[in-house]
Ligand binder design. Structure first.
Ligand code: SAJ
Length: 440
């Protein structure tokens, strides 16, 4: 029997051993899904604490209940280890490691390379390697394949290689690993066959594309689409502000179109671990081929000016009260990169706070989900409780993240001036409080 037939059989009877490298918000839910579907899954981590937590039946990921981890660990369907030599015991190895940007905004694939080196050491015939980390088109076939070939193994005879983008949306109550369609691209048809069979055992819908790089590109299109459209509405909001038009009303009206339109909303800038970073993987690859990805650069240009635009709205608001930013008390309401979460990665709030402080403002923040922040300049700030005194003392309140836990009418009734970057005070636009609110 060929290695392909052997592997397909192991997938069919659930005896294939699944190794997932990187037990983060992508890897842990994936390992749990495979274990839940009858496979034995092993999570590989460099962080001992994460491995220990999993083996103790504890979850540190919002979408994975500890009870589920505990049950699967007890049933010996799930375990975690820091011993990467155990990769040799896995039939299928899925790489779910971070792909950040360097300071130069260039891709940092060092985590992928570190994982691939460990796989290289353990590689033997019969294994399927899948990369899930978001990366530039060509990583799987140009970077990973040569690393495995140089061990003297040949693709499809000995090992199989594919790419399948992660689509985890932390905290999304409707879409979890099982019911999010999975795009799969093999470096070859045979590799695609085994990768599609592996995911087909755990997710409801597998969508095959012709190559690994098509799958890599699909992921980048998904998130570049968001970054570009957010950039477009951010630019529109600046124009609407100049023309005295309510941007939010305009978007709401356009969104009544039942086809051919998708609403995006202006904001204080874009944060998170995907949207600000992923498009730069594509523009970097494009530049390597002498191609300028202009929409990505333009979106970045517009989105990265939003924190400054917010500061200018604060300045304009204080100016109306004959106050300078210098010496004013500014309360920043919400610092997480989007509402109802505690994630600060790339949050625009950090830049807004730093810029206000540079202008001499006394800045404090309240965020129901975030207690402490570290600014880009290294300054540590601790959040403050949202009290009546805090709001009435503030010369300006800036709503940067519209967490549902905050009562914005209560805030507006007590604030002197509000700059609202998220339309959190949408219900107050027509009442007596409207005149103290400046909208993005
Ligand atoms: N943002 C805007 N205006 C918008 C939408 C978002 O300013 O109309 C801002 C957010 O406030 C945030 C940033 O952009 O700061 C990113 O927001 P996001 O909604 O894209 O959230 P993320 O970063 O959690 O994106 C993830 C992505 N998921 C994956 O990559 C697997 C993205 O593809 C999802 O579409 C998104 O979640 C989602 O829809 O929740």
């Amino acid at each position: 029997m060929s290695q392909k037939q052997i592997l397909l059989e192991k997938i069919a009877d659930r005896t294939a051993r699944i190794g997932v490298i990187g037990m983060g918000y992508v890897g842990l839910p994936l390992a749990v899904e495979f274990a839940h579907s009858g496979f034995r899954a092993t999570g590989f981590e460099v962080d001992t604490r994460k491995a220990e937590a999993i083996n103790k039946g504890e979850s540190y990921i919002i979408d994975v209940p500890s009870e589920q981890v505990a049950e699967l660990v007890k049933a010996e369907r799930l375990q975690a280890t820091i011993d990467f030599t155990a990769l040799a015991n896995q039939d299928i190895i899925i790489i779910c490691v971070p792909t950040p940007l360097r300071k130069t905004k260039e891709p940092d694939v060092s985590y992928i390379l570190a994982a691939a080196e460990k796989i290289q050491d353990a590689l033997h015939p019969g294994q399927l390697i899948i990369l899930e980390s978001t990366t530039y088109p060509g990583t799987t076939d140009e970077v990973l394949r040569p690393m495995f070939d140089e061990k003297g193994f040949s693709l499809d005879q000995d090992y199989f290689l594919a790419f399948s983008p992660e689509r985890v949306d932390p905290g999304n109550p409707q879409f979890q690993t099982k019911n999010i369609p999975k795009v799969v691209g093999g470096v070859t048809e045979d590799s695609a066959d085994v990768a599609a069979a592996a995911y087909g055992a755990v997710v409801e819908n597998v969508h095959r594309v012709a190559s690994a790089r098509a799958a890599e590109m699909a992921k980048l299109l998904e998130n570049t689409f968001r970054a570009v459209n957010i950039g477009m509405v951010n630019e529109l909001s600046q124009l609407c502000y100049t023309l005295g038009i309510d941007t939010w009303e305009v978007i709401e009206a356009a969104a009544t179109k039942p086809f051919g339109f998708m609403a995006f909303y202006p904001g204080p800038g874009i944060g998170g671990h995907c949207i600000p970073l992923d498009p730069h993987y594509l523009s970097w690859k494009a530049r390597m081929h002498g191609f300028e990805a202009r929409f990505i650069s333009l979106a970045e240009e517009v989105n990265s000016t939003m924190p400054q635009h917010v500061v200018e709205l604060v300045q304009a608001g204080l100016n109306k009260h004959r106050k300078a930013v210098n010496g004013s008390k500014v309360l920043v309401l919400g610092v997480a990169y989007k509402r109802d979460i505690d994630d600060m990665r790339e949050s625009p709030a950090l830049g807004i706070i730093e810029k206000l402080e540079k202008l001499g403002a006394e800045v404090s923040f309240h965020d129901p989900h975030v207690n402490d922040v570290v600014l880009e300049n290294g300054e540590r700030m601790t959040g403050v409780a949202l009290t009546e005194q805090l709001v009435t003392d503030a010369d300006c309140v800036v709503i940067v993240t519209d967490h549902r836990a905050v009562d914005y009418r209560w805030v507006a009734e007590r604030a002197k001036l509000i700059v609202d970057t998220r339309n959190a005070t949408r219900d107050l636009k027509k009442g007596e409080l409207a005149e103290k609110i400046i909208h993005l």
